[in-house]
Write a protein that binds this ligand. Structure first.
Ligand SMILES: Cc1ncc(COP(=O)(O)O)c(C=O)c1O
Length: 364
């Protein structure tokens, strides 16, 4: 099985440690273990037994996860180590050599690389910046002229922040119903907007994946999940028995604590992201060499700049000389862009953007 380098993850691995002003992380300001355990007023952690626990995940936790959706039962949910593994498990369970998979770009590289490594045919439809980072409709219709086994979406999308609202999802579902196409919807950035809708609540072949990494600020728990029809969960469970068995009672209990305090955590994240959006908006009003289609939701935005320098060179120069850390657009196949994470304190955002302005002038 041939897997290409995962460009954005490699960039983070190679460079994030040197960041002084982290302008690009997608996870809202991570919580410490102490902060999370202070929320454990029910003392769930004291009674954890370190066996394998329930294989599909602690049923109390699956019940809390279910409360994030409008439909289903606990049997429609299974746990995984993060949304990344959840996506992989869905693709391995439902795709075969020769399956046809439609994805969007710019987007998360996992959605094309895993299918390609299985031997699938992948068709990529562009999100158009001039169309508010919504899909190229002509290309989308064309992609669906032939049978498709799976459409993979990221809603809201990393890096563009595109939000497919209920109306647009219904349009995609109508296309998928023609061919019996599954929709795998990575919803890891959901939780901060009331306009967000989960595909598994709308479509019987809709599969939602998510985790506690982004808007719950707990990436280190590596706790994610899949919500899907029971037939899909059954297929995934067979494979899971051969790979992870369970996510384990410790992570499950910490996740349960987090979700029993979800209002607090989401309010904290919503405030951080909205303050950063405000700072970004003020900066854009004065900076003529950059533009951003403001994200519909989520924690990321894709900044376009006008300067004679590649995104990789610009990002490396900013990091090495100033400690200002961005992921270059080249990691998403789109040069002259930088991926912004609206996830740190506003002082970091202000300082990083002001240094970026100096660099954009230098390269003009
Ligand atoms: C679209 C998308 N899915 C999944 C992940 C990974 O999520 P997790 O930490 O839950 O595995 C990321 C992280 O950047 C992401 O951007």
């Amino acid at each position: 099985m041939d897997l290409k380098d995962f460009l954005v993850e490699q960039w983070m691995n190679d460079h994030e440690g040197r960041a002084v002003f982290n302008m690009t992380d997608t996870c809202v300001s991570p919580l410490s273990f102490r902060e999370l355990s202070a929320l454990d007023t029910e003392h769930l952690l004291d009674s954890v037994i370190l066996d394998y626990g329930e294989i599909k995940g602690d049923s109390r936790l699956r019940k809390e996860i279910l409360s994030l959706y409008k439909s289903g039962t606990e049997d429609n949910i299974t746990l995984m180590h993060g949304c990344l593994q959840a996506n992989e498990a869905v693709m391995y369970a439902l795709l075969d050599r020769g399956s046809r998979v439609i994805t969007f770009t710019p987007g998360y590289q996992q959605f094309t690389e895993i299918p390609q490594s299985i031997g699938c045919e992948t068709v990529t439809v562009r999100l158009l910046e001039e169309n508010g980072w919504m899909p190229d409709e002509e290309a989308l219709q064309k992609a669906f002229e032939t049978h498709a086994d799976m459409l993979v979406i990221n809603n809201p999308n990393n890096p563009t922040g595109t939000l497919f609202d209920e109306g647009y999802l219904e349009k995609l579902i109508a296309l998928c119903q023609r061919h019996g196409t599954y929709i795998l919807s990575d919803e890891v950035y959901q939780g901060l907007s009331e306009r967000e809708v989960s595909v598994s609540d709308l479509y019987e072949k809709g599969i939602s994946t998510s985790s506690l990494s982004k808007v719950y600020s707990l990436a280190g728990l590596r706790l994610g999940w899949i919500k899907a029809d029971e037939s899909v969960i059954r297929k995934i469970s067979v494979r899971r028995d051969y790979s992870i068995i369970s996510t384990g009672p410790l992570a499950d209990s910490l996740a349960l604590t987090a979700l029993r305090n979800k209002e607090k955590l989401l309010e904290r994240s919503a405030q951080i992201v909205s303050e950063n959006r405000r700072v970004l908006g003020e900066w854009l009003a004065a900076e003529k060499k950059a533009s951003v289609v403001m994200p519909g939701a989520g924690t990321t935005a894709f900044l376009k700049y006008d300067a004679a320098v590649s995104s990789e060179r610009l990002a490396l120069g900013l990091l090495e000389k100033e400690g200002v850390f961005f992921v270059p657009g080249s990691c998403f196949g789109t040069d002259k862009h930088l991926r912004l994470g609206l996830t740190r304190d506003t002082e970091t955002m202000r300082k990083g953007l002001s240094i970026l302005s100096e660099y954009l002038r230098r390269y003009s």
